[in-house]
Design a protein around this ligand. Sequence first.
Ligand SMILES: NC(=O)c1ccc[n+]([C@@H]2O[C@H](COP(=O)([O-])OP(=O)(O)OC[C@H]3O[C@@H](n4cnc5c(N)ncnc54)[C@H](OP(=O)(O)O)[C@@H]3O)[C@@H](O)[C@H]2O)c1
Length: 273
Amino acid sequence: MSKTFAVIGDPINHSLSPNIHSAAFRDLNLDCSYIAYRIPRGELKEGIESLKKIKIDGFNVTIPHKIEMMKYLDKTDESCSLIGAVNTVINNEGILKGYNTDMDGFLDPFKKKKIRIQDTKILLLGAGGAARAIVAGFAKEKAQHITIANRTLEKANNLKQFANKIGLNSDSITIENLGSNLEEFDIIVNATSIGLKNEPSPISFESIRPETIVYDIVYLPMNTDFLKKGKQKEATIIYGYEMLLGQAARAFEIWHGTEAPYNAMKKALLGGI
Ligand SMILES: NC(=O)c1ccc[n+]([C@@H]2O[C@H](COP(=O)([O-])OP(=O)(O)OC[C@H]3O[C@@H](n4cnc5c(N)ncnc54)[C@H](OP(=O)(O)O)[C@@H]3O)[C@@H](O)[C@H]2O)c1
């Protein structure tokens, strides 16, 4: 029997998820379809009711619904309840179960490249929804310490408390006060939206070592100024599209119970960027 999937959010017309999942269906010859469905802020309840009426098999959740969607779930997996946000839902005869695949998606490139996180010192820029999933990922992998730098200090402080609560030593600072001596960090992640509009890197790369991992979760444009500066320092680069693919592959596995065709998904995504 054919199955239907969706991504919900607002705005949604530029989402790359329909492209990625449709490529996977074609590759594995699955009788499935995947649509982008715009649900404006404040209309989530009605939107979910319509999805249940058409017996949707599963859906991804993006901005601005990742936190509010928690209210409409009947069940949650561990990562979803830990992070307090959901990006993947499976519908089992009207019973909605939520997952957060952003955390595993973020960690996926480290696993693929065999980069060890344990005992490393991290600098995380940003303290929004994605940053929270990233903190949970670094805690899971037993990083030694995380410095959370954000434009708004209050949000960095809140995320610091979350990190400490789940066993990851952390401190917080504004991006402005970071300074240019960043030599101590093994991994530097941009989880702000800086770069989306081609803005310059929010930090100085003066002191960055070639052994440093430089990871930007912004995926459009693919080559942000932040990553270009990391490349100039010969650091190891991780692109935002790698996280995007990682979270999509994990969602695919939750819905279909089989390994995702990663290369076909990657080809479709890179063709679309
Ligand atoms: N690759 C992937 O799979 C993936 C997954 C999720 C998200 N993302 C990307 O990650 C980014 C963040 O997503 P999110 O869901 O965490 O968003 P969010 O919850 O809205 O958080 C946005 C973050 O960016 C900061 N920020 C925004 N504009 C800024 C500016 N002009 N200067 C300094 N800081 C600024 C915010 O700082 P304040 O707290 O000071 O406002 C906050 O820390 C987005 O670009 C999104 O596309 C990628």
